[in-house]
Ligand binder design. Structure first.
Ligand code: HEC
Length: 147
């Protein structure tokens, strides 16, 4: 009996230490997502100018970075990160989590589609608008506070 008890206590301590070690604090989570969005914004502006200048290989590398960043962002909106640390995330994110995640996934996969769409694009501005900028707007209008 004592052996079972000790084993259970041991397992409990082990699991507890793992969860403490792996858990990001709320502050870290909010800061990380903000910094990824800021980075994506800078990258999107670089994509605009590189693509307009016809530097498509370099553009594609940046587009894929943005796509990966969106995938990481999906994990950065846990239930405990609704308020604080200057977040502009609206409560609607957690009320419509499926829709929010779907938009994030769409933003990511549209970037992959963009890597081929820029080849031979008739109007680069329209193409970038369709696959890149429109997603920022459709998500912000519903899920990010006015700033
Ligand atoms: C699926 C939703 C979604 C998409 C797509 C999206 N954003 Fe955002 N964005 C957000 C949310 C939510 C926040 C607020 C995050 C916070 O403050 O915690 C945000 C914040 C930001 C910020 C502020 C970061 C900071 O430092 O506070 C910038 C800049 C930004 N987004 C740019 C963009 C750009 C540019 C695009 C498109 C290329 C984009 N976002 C696409 C949801 C999205």
């Amino acid at each position: 009996m004592t052996t079972i008890k000790n084993t259970l206590i041991f397992i409990f301590i082990l699991l507890y230490s793992f969860s403490v070690l792996s858990a990001q604090t709320v502050e870290e989570i909010i800061k990380e997502r903000k910094s990824i969005f800021s980075k994506n914004y800078k990258t999107a502006k670089r994509v605009n100018s590189l693509a307009s200048n016809g530097n498509l290989d370099e553009t594609k590398k940046l587009i894929i970075e943005m796509s990966d960043n969106y995938k990481r962002l999906i994990d950065l909106f846990p239930e405990n990160s609704k308020v604080g640390f200057g977040t502009e995330a609206l409560p609607s994110i957690w009320e419509h989590k499926d829709e929010f995640n779907l938009l994030m996934t769409k933003a990511s996969s549209n970037m992959i589609e963009l890597t081929s769409a820029i080849d031979g694009a008739e109007d680069m501005k329209v193409t970038l608008g369709k696959y890149m900028w429109s997603n920022c707007k459709s998500c912000h209008s519903k899920f990010r506070a006015e700033h």
